[in-house]
Design a protein around this ligand. Structure first.
Ligand code: ADP
Ligand code: ADP
Length: 222
């Protein structure tokens, strides 16, 4: 069964046609990459699924419910992580729960757990500017995981990690993904990365984007 269904979605920005009649299914508990060249509409599709922007036509369903805007069933990890510069790691990770009105002691206990999961124990009192790019990325991921949304939407989650650390970071992410049993949707322009991390790869053609192919690398990985 699909966690997310995208049906006949079209999106235009003034004179730029970003997506045309795009349909795609995202299986529950799996990791799907949206792969395609820069400018093909990957971020646009992710933001439409997140409910951050509206499609001009077509619709998106999450667990059978039509998306009308952002909701607690989806968490978005921004390309720039969108961390609060004035808040430490603990507060940043707990922030999504703070917005949802979870009490301080409870949200900090939950945040601690995810800080541990992403390997940042000991950095709770550090501020974003004191951390490396990869560590900031993990803070953003921990915050998204902490709100316990079923669907995680990640925009180029490895973009800030340098080449030497990227593979390790991808492996860490994969282990997290496999343990979390959530539905992950990743944006990437790297074929290598998509093949390495995904259960399913949706290949988008240049604008106006359509899905040219859905590939399942897991079917030839084992
Ligand atoms: P990708 O994530 O694949 O790089 P985007 O979804 O960011 O692609 O962008 C798709 C196209 O839509 C690009 O041509 C981009 O310039 C355009 N676009 C994206 N956001 C806006 C916007 N807010 N206003 C106008 N054009 C936009
Ligand atoms: P990047 O991706 O930016 O190269 P990583 O997130 O892969 O960095 O960091 C590699 C490791 O280096 C971290 O897990 C951490 O142990 C250490 N490290 C990086 N920056 C710092 C820092 N500011 N303070 C303490 N340790 C750090």
């Amino acid at each position: 069964p699909s966690a997310v269904s995208v049906r006949n979605v079209s999106k235009r920005y003034n004179d730029v046609e970003a997506l045309r009649d795009l349909s795609l299914e995202f299986p529950r508990g799996q990791l799907t990459s949206l792969l395609g060249p820069s400018g093909c509409g990957k971020t646009t599709l992710l933001k439409i699924i997140a409910g951050l922007i509206k499609a001009n036509s077509g619709d998106v369903e999450v667990n059978g419910v039509k998306v009308e805007g952002p909701g607690p069933d989806r968490a978005f990890v921004f390309q720039d992580f969108a961390l609060l510069p004035w808040a430490n790691v603990l507060r940043n990770v707990a922030f999504g729960l703070e917005l949802r009105g979870v009490a301080k002691s409870e949200r900090e206990a939950i945040a601690e757990k995810y800080i541990r999961n992403v390997g940042l124990t000991g950095f709770e009192r550090s501020y974003p500017h004191e951390l490396s790019g990869g560590m900031r990325q993990r803070v953003g991921l921990a915050r998204a995981l902490a709100v316990d949304a079923q669907v995680l939407l990640l925009d180029e989650p490895f973009s800030a990690v340098d080449e030497q650390n990227r593979r390790k970071f991808q492996e860490d992410m994969l282990a997290l993904v496999q343990n979390e049993k959530k539905t992950f949707i990743f944006v990437t322009h790297s074929i290598e990365e998509a093949v390495y991390v995904s259960d399913q790869i949706a290949v988008l053609l240049p604008r106006p984007s359509r899905v040219s192919e859905v590939i399942r690398p897991t079917s030839f990985r084992n």
